[in-house]
Each structure stands twice: as structure tokens, then as C-alpha cells.
Design a protein around this ligand. Structure first.
Ligand SMILES: [Zn+2]
Length: 573
């Protein structure tokens, strides 16, 4: 008698092989049979007409805090994610001195867009060491979770506030390195850091890791090289646009020193600047020549940032708009009603002086997301252009009338400018480049501005019924065995006898993501964007159902993935 048998589905094993019709038998959390399974299971799932794949491994999330108040890592779980990697970009909640929880919270709120109240009310902060942090999560997880050890946490713990902006002494480096060693030995999956100019802490100072010199960075990498099943993640200013030679040099050196792959994000692909792609990927080529290995993460979906006329966003930065947008909401609304003011704002946004902000002035191109007034309901998920034509008004007036009716709360979505066919064709090429891996959702971060967590179902739907840019078995490989191999996750990311039974069963005719909507369910009542899925029939983690027909079961079979125990070493070779 088996625990669970899935019968008659098209099985994609995660390696990129085409699907075949088979049964899957599960016992004690592992797959024990693939093919014709004669044994019966305590649970039998008739999956004829459905597809089965390994559970998705999301390589770049910031669920470090959320897992305390939401152990299911929603909404990733609804989209077939069974394993998340956290602790990215140097931002971890451990190791930490007991007095520094406030500082770390304010930094996380600032750099990763998590409401401070949620971090204060939803996180217990009852640890100091990295091992204690992992222990606080263990046994209460609805997904598998592995965590890198973050540079900012280590540096803050050793250098404190006083030496935040200093270059570390040899002694300090020694102490920090010992702290990293201790964190890796207690299960950390590797080392992560940000030296990006765009990251500043809650006080507005550049984050402490940005003051580290090469000695310090390489000392951490040397330590990583000594620990089984570890890896590197790093972001720097050039990730956003274009790496400098120095940045490439350092990244290559880090990877070589650690003898581990280094992944960075996010490689964006735009057909108007194809040369940028090769420039960024050249970092991988240079690293390979030096004995390192650099992998760029790139998303299979477009993840826009939303905007509003109520909360600070790029619209507030349009030259000349500050005077109106900085007013209290009531006064802002009365100004925005004034035809004279509207004409001036529109002119300013379209003028040469607006510079890069000029692209925000294509008012017809915004999609109306969540609305709040009853009169606006019928406008949701429609283009402003479309609504303007129907109402016989100018697009800018149409948009402003809608947001004013909502007390400025309307969520508006700029249509990405890189949604053209040529950009999609380039993306399909890029995903298959060995220097690239699909990922970079940033799930768990920027909670009310963007939602990248839904990429698995969106990508599958696009491959099966949409643009069909890559065969579905390739898309599945990119989201399962490929990240499992990069992180050295033992027995995960594939369907075969002996592998851990982390699976998604889905309906190929309906698999998709719903649009992202605001829900107010964070500790303290703050809003976040949340996308449900369609066509997800089952998600199974370690043989236990966590999703049934798109709904969470509440089961908590997730494991903490510890380096050396659940991972094996992947070198640069
Ligand atoms: Zn990140």
C-alpha cells in the first residue's frame, strides 16, 4: 500500500524531456514508482488529462519575514512553488544582536518594501544566531525554505552603528568570517550581499555592506569555499543597467575564490537595447575564463510596478508635479479637479524637460487595477484609452476622474514598454543561454507595488496556450531541475524514483495566473498584492497535499533546507 498515487497524468520529469503518460507512486514523502503503478494508494488521484511536474523552486525570494505570519509563502504556494530560497541580497534577519531588531526591521522595510508594522508585529525576533533563526521557522513551514546568510546582518552585528560606514579592519574581518562560518555550519545555504547604490537603510544611509572592500568580500568567499553545499548571490549597481569592468572583476573573483556559482538579478530584456544583454552576460564569460561562474536571473513574465496618485511613486517625481502631489490628499484632489491645473500637469509631463519621466505621460496606456468607488468597478482591468473612447473624454481626464472618485486610491498599472514581440523572442533566446536561469520574482518583497510570485503559472499558461515561446518541457526544466542543480538541492527538482515528492498537478487547458489585487491581510492590516492561480489541481510537498483545487489545505510539510544535509556542493566547473 502506497501513501499516494497519481494516475494517468502526462508526467514531465523536470529534465527537459517531453512528457509521457504514467502513474506516480509516493511513500514516506518520496517518489517510489513512476510508470504503471499496480499498488493502490491511501489517496488515489485520477489525473487523466492533467500534467504533473516537479514543484517549482523559486531561486530569489525575500520570504524571510513573511514565513512567520504566513508559513505557506502565499501567493507563491498557489502557483506551484514548493521550495523558496530566501536570504537574498544580503538582507537577512539573522545573525542579529538583540538590540538591533529595530534597525534591521527599518532597513527591510526600506529596501524590500515590507510594512514596518508587519515586521514589528509579525516577526518574533527571538534569536541572535543564524541557527536560532532557522530553528524558529523549523516545523512551521508550508513550503521548503533555504536561506543564504546576509552580509548586512553580519556586518551590523560585528561593526555596529559606530563603524557602519567604515572599511573593516583585519580583526573585524576575522570576526565576521567566523560568524559566517557559524551561520553556514548551522545550515545557511551560502553568502549574499548587495553593494548597490540604490539600497539605503531606514535612516537613509547607504547600507553597511556597500562599504565593504574587496578584502572583506573575498574573505567571505574563502569561507564559503570550505562549506559543503553552499553558493553565492550578489547584487551591485551595474545589475540595474550596465556592469562596470570593476564590478565584473569583483564578481568573477568572488566566484572563483569561493569555487561556487554566483547568481545576480535581474537581467531585463528589451529589443530596443539588445547590446545591453550581451554586455551583462559577458560578466559570465569573463568569469568562466578566470575559473568562476556567474549566472544571471531573468524573468519569464513582465512584472510591472503599480502606481497611484495617493502614495509616493514615479508620478510624484515628474518635474513640476511636486507642488501638487505633495499636498495633503484633500487639497491634492481639489487641485486635480481644476481643468487649468490638469492642463499644466499634462503639459509638464509631456515636455522635453520631463526627461525620462516623459514616458509616464502616455495616459491611455495605463491599465486600471483595483478600484474603490462603486462607479469605477466596471473600469477594472481595462486600458484607460479604451475607457476614454467609450466615455468620449481625453485619456488624462478619464484617468484623473477615476482616481478622484477613489480618493486617489486607484491602483494603476503602466503597460510595460518592452512587451513587443521582438523582446519576447529575445527573451526566449536568453532563457536558453547557459549563462542565464529563470527567476527573480522578489516574492515576499515590495509587497504593495509588484507581484512576481505568480510567474510559474503565468509562464506555463503562456507556453501552452499563449506565445508558445519555448516547449512546455523546457519551461518546466527552467523552473525545477535547473535551480535544483544551481543550488545543489539533493533529490529535488526532478520526478524519478527516490526523489522527494514535491509535485504540482495542473490542468493544461486552464493553467494561468489571475491578475494581482490588493488585499489587506498583513500583520497590522497593511495591504499587499495577491494573485491567485487557475488550473492548479494539486501541490504536493514531501508527499503531503498543500494545495487542493487552488486552495491551501493548511498542511505544513515544509522543511528547512540546510547546507550539506539537503544540498551538495556545486562548484564553478
Ligand atoms: Zn532581492
Amino acid at each position: 500500500m502506497l501513501d499516494y498515487v497519481i494516475r494517468g497524468a502526462t508526467v514531465f520529469d523536470g529534465t527537459g524531456e517531453a512528457g509521457t503518460i504514467a502513474d506516480i507512486g509516493i511513500k514516506d514523502g518520496r517518489i517510489v514508482a513512476v510508470g504503471d503503478v499496480a499498488d493502490t494508494g491511501s489517496i488515489e488521484l485520477d489525473a487523466v488529462g492533467l500534467m504533473v511536474m516537479p514543484g517549482v523552486i523559486d531561486p530569489h525570494t525575500h520570504y524571510d519575514a513573511q514565513l512567520f505570519w504566513d508559513p505557506t509563502a502565499s501567493p507563491s504556494n498557489l502557483h506551484g512553488v514548493t521550495t523558496i530560497i530566501g536570504g537574498n541580497c544580503g538582507f537577512t534577519l539573522a545573525p542579529v544582536n538583540s538590540g538591533d531588531a529595530g534597525y534591521i526591521s527599518r532597513m527591510m522595510a526600506k529596501v524590500e518594501g515590507m510594512p514596518l508594522v508587519a515586521l514589528e508585529e509579525g516577526v518574533p525576533w527571538n534569536w541572535e544566531s543564524f541557527g536560532e533563526y532557522l530553528g524558529a521557522l523549523e516545523g512551521n513551514l508550508g513550503v521548503n525554505a533555504g536561506f543564504l546568510v546576509g552580509h548586512c546582518a553580519i556586518r551590523r552585528k560585528v561593526l555596529g552603528a559606530e563603524r557602519h560606514s567604515e572599511v573593516a579592519t583585519d580583526d573585524e574581518i576575522k570576526t565576521m568570517r567566523a560568524l559566517l562560518a557559524d551561520s553556514l555550519m548551522s545550515g545557511g545555504l551560502g553568502f549574499s550581499s548587495s553593494q548597490s547604490r540604490t539600497h539605503s537603510d531606514g535612516e537613509g544611509n547607504p547600507i553597511t555592506s556597500s562599504f565593504a572592500d574587496e578584502r572583506e568580500m573575498l574573505a567571505f568567499c574563502e569561507e564559503v569555499s570550505l562549506h559543503e553545499g553552499t553558493t553565492l548571490e550578489y547584487i551591485t549597481s551595474g545589475c540595474l543597467d550596465s556592469f562596470s569592468d570593476d564590478e565584473i572583476e569583483l564578481m568573477a573573483n568572488m566566484s572563483k575564490t569561493a569555487n561556487r556559482p554566483l547568481n545576480w538579478n535581474l537581467l531585463t530584456v528589451d529589443s530596443r537595447t539588445p547590446e545591453k544583454i550581451e554586455h551583462q552576460l559577458n560578466a559570465s564569460t569573463v568569469a568562466a575564463e578566470r575559473g568562476g561562474r556567474i549566472i544571471a536571473l531573468s524573468m519569464p513574465t513582465l512584472v510591472p510596478m503599480n502606481m497611484s496618485f495617493r502614495n509616493h511613486c514615479a508620478l510624484f517625481l515628474i518635474p513640476g508635479w511636486g507642488e501638487v502631489m505633495s499636498l495633503p490628499v484633500d487639497e491634492r484632489i481639489s487641485k486635480l479637479r481644476d481643468p487649468q491645473v490638469r492642463a499644466t500637469l499634462n503639459e509638464l509631463a509631456r515636455s522635453k524637460d520631463a526627461g525620462v519621466f516623459r514616458r509616464l505621460s502616455g495616459w491611455g496606456n495605463y491599465v486600471i487595477g483595483d478600484t474603490f468607488a462603486a462607479a469605477n468597478k466596471s473600469f477594472e482591468w481595462r486600458d484607460v484609452d479604451d475607457i476614454a473612447t467609450e466615455l468620449g473624454k481625453e485619456p488624462f481626464d478619464t484617468l484623473l476622474d477615476i482616481v478622484i472618485a477613489d480618493d486617489l486610491k486607484t491602483v494603476i498599472w503602466p503597460k510595460p514598454s518592452d512587451r513587443d514581440d521582438a523582446s519576447w523572442a529575445l527573451r526566449a533566446e536568453v532563457w536558453q543561454d547557459p549563462r542565464v536561469m529563470v527567476g527573480g520574482s522578489d516574492a515576499g518583497a515590495h509587497l504593495d507595488r509588484m507581484c512576481g510570485a505568480n510567474y510559474p503559472t503565468a509562464f506555463l499558461g503562456d507556453c501552452l496556450r499563449g506565445r508558445k515561446l519555448v516547449p512546455v518541457e523546457q519551461a518546466i526544466r527552467m523552473m525545477t531541475s535547473q535551480p535544483a542543480e544551481l543550488f545543489g538541492l539533493t533529490d529535488r527538482g526532478v520526478i524519478r524514483e527516490g526523489a522527494i515528492a514535491d509535485l504540482m498537478v495542473f490542468d493544461p487547458s486552464t493553467i494561468a495566473s489571475e491578475p494581482a489585487r490588493l488585499i489587506e491581510d498583513l500583520p497590522g492590516g497593511s495591504p499587499r498584492l495577491f494573485a491567485s492561480s487557475a488550473g492548479v489541481v494539486r501541490v504536493i510537498i514531501g508527499g503531503v497535499e498543500t494545495i487542493v483545487d487552488g486552495e491551501t489545505t493548511g498542511a505544513l510539510p515544509g522543511a528547512i533546507l540546510r547546507s550539506g544535509r539537503d544540498t551538495h556542493t556545486v562548484t564553478t566547473a
